[in-house]
Ligand binder design. Structure first.
Ligand code: PMP
Length: 404
């Protein structure tokens, strides 16, 4: 396997041969209802006909130019029209590349070195952000990563999510050298953790007061919480935004966008280097544009959010009432934190019973439902999670809970 969380399915990972709509089909011919959805990108479900059509049309024309072309501009314009923070955008190949470039850009723009990140937020697999990270880093209980020099890690200041006082204190103490505050506006890599009322606005204020660049990492939340992501939903405009997952329609992608004044510091107009052989890959741009056009029709959010709402209700009625805990949810993403009283930051999440969460994954898998094998991920729903699919899922949840 090629990404660590995939090995967390025990006793060994199942292998998939094909997928369609809400279903994964394993090599043994088993059909699984998928709530992982490629860890977030597939908000339309697997193999959506419009995405497939756009990709086939692009393949007809060729799949790599190494020059500018029209489709990348079309997708760029679309995203710029949806995201208030984005005047200019650069497409890269993963969320990792996006946050790596965004942090370098913030450093280049401010001439400062340090960044603030939040405990349990995951921003990809590069040195600056592998400090108290979520996702598979938490699942495997790692503090960060071996191989990251201490000299690099110490430039990353980690503070608790939803704690304005600590952010403000650390930001002001390091003001002269603080390049950026990077945050997942809704945490999606430590389960799902929502910002408290006003928290994101306070981050905006602290960034303004200290001259740090505010980066919203919307790799998960972008187009998932709605067309304009978290920034529109919570009405807070960051300086830079990173995107990924959904904007590539299931193909490798990342993007960073933001204020013109900052974005112009990127090469070739500025001195902060970014480049990529596969940046703005034609097949990805075709799939991303087709996906976003479907999202603009509205039905996707209606179905996906309704599916999430129904499952959340059942988890609250059946799982929480039997074992305690809380279900945190927004739009089409959610997570149950067994036995936790409230989960407002990563420390709270760690108090939940992650083994019980893992047991639910195991018992659901036996009943044809695939959720992430870690409490430090989210359940995702899609336009393919229609009423009958959700009803079958609810039956499986009810049965699984009986044996937990
Ligand atoms: N940022 C966030 C918020 C993410 O959830 C992820 C991946 N789950 C990344 C960055 C990294 O993206 P990628 O895996 O495409 O490198």
């Amino acid at each position: 396997m090629n990404s660590p969380i995939r090995a967390a399915v025990k006793p060994y990972p199942f292998y998939v041969r094909s997928a369609d709509g809400p279903y994964l089909r394993t090599v043994e011919g088993e059909e699984l209802i998928d709530y992982v959805l490629g860890y977030g990108p597939l908000i339309l479900g697997h193999r959506h006909p419009q995405v497939r059509k756009a990709v086939e049309e692009q393949l007809e024309k060729d799949w790599l130019y190494g020059t500018p072309y029209e489709l990348e501009i079309e997708l760029a314009k679309k995203i710029i029209s949806h995201y208030p923070s984005i005047d200019m955008i650069r497409f890269v190949n993963s969320g990792t590349e996006a946050t790596m470039a965004a942090i370098r850009l913030a450093r280049g723009y401010t001439g400062r070195k340090k960044i603030i990140k939040f405990d349990g937020c995951y921003h990809g697999a590069h040195d600056a952000v592998l400090v108290k990270a979520g996702s598979a880093v938490s699942h495997y209980g790692l503090p960060g990563s071996a191989g990251v020099p201490e000299e690099v890690s110490k430039l990353t200041l980690v503070v608790p999510f939803n704690d304005v006082e600590t952010v403000e204190k650390v930001a002001k103490e390091n003001q002269d050298d603080l390049a950026a505050i990077i945050v997942e506006p809704v945490m999606g890599n430590a389960g799902v953790i929502l910002p408290k009322e006003g928290f994101l606005k306070e981050l905006r204020r602290i960034a303004d007061e200290t001259g740090a660049v505010l980066i919203f990492d919307e790799v998960i939340t972008g187009y998932r919480l709605g067309i304009g992501g978290a920034q529109v939903r919570f009405n807070v405009v960051p300086d830079l935004t990173t995107l990924g997952k959904i904007i590539g329609g299931g193909f490798p992608v990342g993007a960073l966008g933001g204020k013109r004044e900052i974005m112009e510091k990127l090469t070739p107009t500025g001195p902060v280097f970014n480049a990529g052989t596969f940046n703005a890959h034609p097949v990805t741009m075709a799939a991303g544009l087709a996906t976003i056009k479907e999202l603009e029709r509205g039905y996707v959010y209606e179905i996906a959010n309704k599916a999430a709402e129904s499952i959340v209700k059942v988890l609250e009625q059946e799982a929480v009432s039997k074992f305690g805990g809380v279900v945190n949810s927004i739009a089409s993403m959610f997570q149950w934190f067994p036995k936790a009283e409230k989960v407002e930051n990563y420390a709270d999440a760690q108090k939940a019973d992650k083994n019980l969460s893992l047991r639910l994954h195991e018992e659901l898998l036996k009943r044809g439902v695939f959720i992430a094998p870690s409490m430090f991920e989210a359940w995702f729903t899609s336009a393919a999670h229609t009423k009958d699919v959700v009803e079958r899922t609810i039956e499986a949840i009810t049965e699984a809970l009986k044996v937990l």
